[in-house]
Design a protein. Sequence first.
Length: 142
Amino acid sequence: MTINQLSIFIENRSGTLIKVLQILKQAGIQIVASTIADTAEYGIYRLICSEPLRAYEELKKGGVAVAQSNVFALELDDEPGRAADAVETFSKAGISIAYMYTFLLRGKGIMVFRTENAEEAEKVIINNKLRYIEEPDLSKLV
């Protein structure tokens, strides 16, 4: 019910992001979505891609500090307020969201999020019949 997300730790200096992007480009790996959260000294570049396990290996081979984690990805109707509705569903169930990002893809909203309470989140997804994306679905999205 989850997908693999890569978290890449990059220094806040010129040239560090391009190294990551070049490795993925040379490997022929398509980025589906990405976001960067920064601090004073480094950034965390989170990404969803077409082949996350291969991307992880390629980045490791290239000397990049990368971690893999499981996150949820929900498919939402492309209408105002659908992300708010989804977050409210989890909030009412007492589930906090550690971080989240959203994007539009092929006429659908996609909401990617991480929670510390994955088992309860799965129950909420099933009980509320929320549409979720699984790992095999990623290659169909790009």
